[in-house]
Design a protein around this ligand. Structure first.
Ligand code: DC
Length: 229
């Protein structure tokens, strides 16, 4: 039986991975894995359970038994619950991002979430959004996209999103956060943020999301993934 196809979409925060991955999954009728949400929920679960992000064995234990569920709301938005309680809003706040990036640097946490991520691979296919989807989690993926953009543009996009959600944020602070998080995600020893050797690199700086999607779909067609079962 042919392997179930996977498209991996990796890259730094704010490059547009989530939007492009959703567009690809919708266009192809494939499943979707938001691996960042698993790290975000792990960070949030620590706050809920009173576990410090620095207590590595305890954080890994939380990740191993993470009771997380995903559900599509009528609006199409994906709701994320921890132990049945909706944490979608909390995990998307800036503190949620910091927690995710901190716990994601713990090797035992990454190990604990590996099998969990691979469970998302179901027919007819999967679009997997993250940092190490093409390098570690799905190294045999037939299409690996590395989506990037300048730190300034990513900070500006995040600023507009957070302001629209009613968060009180400052652009210079966001830029600093993004640069700090990039450095932490790229320099960690386990599964650092680097493009897979066989990844297609797309730079979305100054490019509309529609253009990025069109470039990605071109790669999908070139690999014969449309209609693949
Ligand atoms: O994609 P995101 O912004 O939701 O990810 C949140 C954090 O989780 C990010 O700082 C890096 C980490 N992450 C990771 O290390 N590996 C992944 N596959 C996905 C996210």
């Amino acid at each position: 039986m042919a392997a179930i196809p996977v498209i991996t979409v990796d890259g730094p925060s704010g490059a547009g991975k989530g939007t492009v991955s959703h567009m690809l999954a919708d266009a192809l009728g494939w499943h979707f894995l938001d691996s960042g949400a698993l790290y975000r929920v792990t960070g949030q679960a620590c706050l809920i359970e009173g576990v410090s992000w620095d207590d590595h064995p305890a954080v890994a234990e939380i990740a191993r038994h993470l009771q997380v569920s995903f559900r599509a709301a009528a609006s199409g938005e994906i709701l994320v619950a921890y132990k049945g309680v909706d944490v979608s809003r909390e995990i998307r706040m800036e503190a949620g991002g910091r927690g995710a990036s901190t716990v994601a640097a713990i090797p035992a946490v990454r190990e604990a979430l590996l099998a969990r991520q691979r469970e998302f691979l179901r027919a007819p296919g999967l679009v997997a959004d993250g940092r190490d989807m093409g390098t570690v989690v799905f190294p045999a993926a037939p299409l690996k996209i590395f989506l990037t953009a300048s730190a300034r543009e990513r900070a500006e996009r995040r600023y507009r999103q957070l302001i629209a959600k009613g968060e009180n944020v400052s652009l210079p602070r966001l830029l600093e956060d993004i640069e700090e998080r990039d450095a932490r995600d790229s320099s960690r020893e386990v599964a650092p943020l680097v493009p897979a050797q066989d990844a297609v690199i797309i730079d979305s700086t100054g490019t509309s999301i529609e253009d990025v999607f069109a470039q990605a779909m071109q790669e999908v067609r070139e690999r014969g993934l449309i209609g693949a079962r």
